[in-house]
Ligand binder design. Structure first.
Ligand code: GRF
Length: 187
């Protein structure tokens, strides 16, 4: 099977990156992580790229044409699929149209509920009985594209932002790979 050459974009801890690297070792998993891009030089997740000898690039998003740089790097590494995994920058319309339907993102809520930042705080303050995570295609609106997979759990009385985060992220580690399998199942 020819695996899709994939780049994972990160900004922080990189636990989803770590999980995708592990999953991509399965011979039947449809993608292989060939590149990691981080906009944060302190991102802990860079460690997983290094450890697994995956090329990684640090991007300075203050520089004017940084997305052109990203685009050139992706081209050089023949990347055909992108996973945003805790990448804290907005991707431009132009970039998205170049990679049309080939960028997915993972978000820690049951979209369309609780888009944007501070998700766990918003969930706790809400009257929701359930929360979870969503994997979706990226379009030009924030946390908005077509949903590929969702997983949920019931919120308990004594949940805190920390416990919600832990439970949500545990679901992410199965939702992200399952969404990727679903996308490429018929390809
Ligand atoms: C995940 O919870 C994801 O939903 C959100 O950012 C977090 C990234 O975590 N978009 P990690 O860097 O993969 O550990």
């Amino acid at each position: 099977m020819v695996k899709k050459r994939t780049c994972v974009f990160i900004s922080g801890k990189g636990s989803n990156l770590k999980n995708l690297i592990r999953k991509s070792r399965d011979y039947s998993f449809p993608i292989q992580i060939k590149l990691v891009i981080s906009n944060n030089k302190e991102a802990f997740g860079i460690k997983y790229a290094k450890k697994n000898s995956i090329p990684f690039f640090l991007i300075n998003t203050q520089s004017r044409y940084y997305e052109n740089k990203i685009f050139n790097i992706l081209k050089k590494h023949k990347i055909t699929f992108i996973c945003l995994a805790g990448y804290m920058k907005i991707v431009s319309k132009r970039f998205i149209s170049k990679f049309n339907k080939k960028i997915i993102n993972i978000h820690p809520s049951l979209l369309p509920k609780f888009k944007g930042l501070n998700t766990y705080e918003k969930v706790l303050k809400s009257e929701e009985i359930k929360t979870g995570c969503t994997v979706h295609f990226v379009n030009d609106k924030l946390d908005d594209g077509k949903i590929v997979a969702q997983k949920s759990f019931f919120i308990e009385k004594n949940d805190t932002e920390e416990t919600l985060k832990k439970k949500t992220q545990n679901l992410e580690y199965s939702a992200f790979p399952e969404a990727i399998i679903k996308i490429f199942r018929n390809n």
